[in-house]
Write a protein that binds this ligand. Structure first.
Ligand code: HEC
Ligand code: HEC
Length: 532
């Protein structure tokens, strides 16, 4: 950038800053003296303690963090790290998103792989070309603030118009921003309904999760308060295969609904937790993943136990075979004393032979499944507490399926992190209708399959199989290193595409079942952002 352009850019930024303060009816007052002091050197404070620009936007904690990082990078804001954390905390607490607003974009914050549905064509064409739609839908702004994004983008990316020469970018951006201003104003009905909710305090939670490659787990988590507003967590869980695991960690609420935590598991894994609370404050859903490797993660649900509500949350194993004698573990919260009352019902055709253990959170029983028990998902019940569709009865494993069905991994390990891919094979029953692939098919849970890679013939003679990486017998694909590979034709890098093939022989069966998934091994993401 030459000097003249630099000055032009500065002038544009100052005009971007200045005009917002004038006569806007809405806008959120900023009560934190720290935020007013640190940001007020450039952002004008008005008589109602509103700061230009800042008071007219709501964002996620990651969104605020990203903006403040830009203030430092582009505008030379000077701020101590501890102050920056407090500013993010204040803004996320007071100008964040509510439960219902977060629910729609939580997939991006939790790094869940998901194909986005973009409800507006102009937004799709003018905005979702560089980043996700979620990055946009994770903000609420006054109309004026939405339209300021156009100038901002033009200033920071002067090539944006040429990059989008297939459309008339300035006009399409206006259309997109007009739609966004209608769709995502600063004040929404959800905001009016759900704002100001204090986050949950200390207490106990029931935890149910599924870790790909390892299976279903359940347990409890205890949260205690610390003096500095952090929360400490102690979790102990049990997997469906009987393995037990503990973790301890800490975390923080941002606003009433966004939980950000970190935990260290007994086996040394360090996890980051990104979870979001339901509007009624009782269910916390989200994902935790290995630090630096969001792709290696686990979906988890936490139910508040102290709230007094009784619930049945899971039965392990989740499927039982006709004619079998099984030990079932039922997890829930505030369960009635079924040992005393005997009021436990697993549906017609399953007889409880013995209750081995019964607490308010866990019931272990020995049960017999009759050979004629009805095939399909069934409800279980402890006293008056219902558990809809928690247990399946099947007669045979009819097929297996690898999940995910297609995924992208990335070479790395030298200058950029590798992006791994964890696969899992689930056994399925055709269900009562005997037709594979129909709606009543039963997912019987993960099985221990054998794994290998196979060539996918999309380009001729590229021998991807030799270069892209390897898969272990737990379904974990580890990609090769990045950079040109002299051993490859034209010294190309180790990217490529392959099939991931699972095979499994069910107990007592003579024939092996197979399934495969498509794996694209791509180059690293060269620019890391907080929100993709
Ligand atoms: C040194 C001057 C300076 C300081 C100090 C400063 N900003 Fe900014 N800020 C700017 C400029 C210039 C812009 C417009 C360009 C841009 O968006 O990057 C801006 C824009 C913004 C925006 C609107 C951007 C958007 O589209 O969301 C927000 C929000 C913001 N600043 C927050 C803050 C916060 C919070 C602080 C205090 C931690 C702060 N700023 C401190 C200069 C500053
Ligand atoms: C040329 C690529 C590109 C296009 C096209 C683009 N963006 Fe962005 N956008 C970015 C980048 C890069 C950032 C991150 C800026 C930073 O480092 O803070 C960003 C940030 C944002 C942010 C967060 C800003 C903040 O400070 O909170 C919003 C909101 C946003 N874009 C909306 C849009 C909308 C709406 C459109 C379409 C009108 C759009 N973007 C088009 C590249 C793009």
């Amino acid at each position: 950038m030459n000097r003249k352009q630099g000055i032009g850019l500065l002038a544009l930024f100052w005009s971007l800053l200045a005009c917002a303060a004038t006569a806007q009816a809405e806008g959120l007052p900023i009560k934190s003296p720290l935020v007013r002091d640190v940001c007020g050197t450039c952002h004008r404070v008005d008589s109602e303690q509103r700061l230009s620009r800042i008071s007219y936007i709501r964002k996620t904690p990651e969104g605020w963090e990203e903006t403040i990082k830009r203030m430092v990078r582009l505008h030379k804001l000077q701020i101590a790290p501890a102050d920056a954390r407090q500013v993010v905390q204040y803004l996320a607490d007071n100008q964040g998103l509510t439960a219902s607003e977060l629910e729609k974009i939580s997939y991006a914050l939790e790094f869940r792989e998901q194909t986005e549905e973009i409800p507006n064509d102009a937004v799709k064409a003018a905005c979702a070309t560089c980043h996700s739609y979620a990055k946009i839908a994770a903000q609420r702004r006054s109309r004026e603030e939405w339209f300021k994004l156009k100038d901002f983008l033009l200033a920071v990316f002067p090539t944006i118009v040429y990059q989008h020469r297939q459309i008339d970018w300035p006009r399409t951006a206006d259309e997109a921003l007009a739609w966004l201003a209608d769709q995502y104003p600063l004040e929404t009905p959800e905001w009016r309904r759900e704002k100001g909710q204090p986050p949950p305090g200390a207490g106990r939670w029931l935890v149910i999760g599924h870790q790909p490659g390892k299976g279903d787990y359940a347990g409890t988590l205890r949260v205690t308060n610390t003096a500095d507003g952090d929360r400490q967590t102690q979790t102990s869980v049990e997997f469906a295969d009987g393995t037990k695991m503990n973790s301890s960690g800490k975390g923080r609420w941002f606003g009433g609904y966004a939980w950000r935590g970190s935990a260290e598991w007994q086996d040394g894994r360090k996890a980051r937790e990104v979870m979001h609370l339901s509007a009624d404050g009782k269910i916390l859903r989200g994902r935790w993943f290995i630090l630096e490797h969001a792709e290696l993660g686990t979906e988890e649900v936490r139910y508040r136990i102290d709230e007094g509500q009784a619930r049945l949350a899971a039965v392990f194993p989740r499927a039982v075979k006709r004619g079998a004698t099984v030990t079932l573990t039922i997890y829930g919260a505030n369960l009635p004393d079924v040992m005393k009352s005997g009021a436990l019902n697993l549906g017609d055709g399953i007889t409880i032979e013995k209750i081995n253990e019964a607490t308010a959170e866990k019931i272990v029983v020995q049960a017999k499944v009759s050979p004629g028990a009805k095939i399909g998902l069934r409800d279980v019940r402890a006293g008056a507490v219902p558990g809809a569709g928690l247990l399946a009865v099947y007669d045979a494993v009819d097929y297996i399926r690898v999940s995910p069905q297609s995924v992208m991994a990335r070479v790395g390990g030298e200058r950029y992190p590798k992006k791994f891919a964890q696969f899992e094979a689930h056994a399925f029953s055709k269900g009562a209708d005997g037709v594979a692939g129909s709606a009543d098919d039963l997912d019987l849970g993960p099985v221990k399959a054998s794994w290998k890679l196979g060539e996918a013939f999309t380009s001729y003679d590229d021998n991807d199989l030799l270069f892209v990486g390897s898969i272990d017998q737990n379904g974990l694909f580890t990609p090769a290193v990045e950079g040109p590979n002299p051993a490859r034709r034209r010294s190309t890098n180790n990217a490529g595409d392959v099939w991931v093939e699972a095979s499994y022989t069910p107990e007592g069966a003579s024939q092996e079942l197979k399934s495969r998934a498509f794996l694209l091994v791509s180059v690293p993401v060269y620019r890391m952002t907080l929100i993709p």
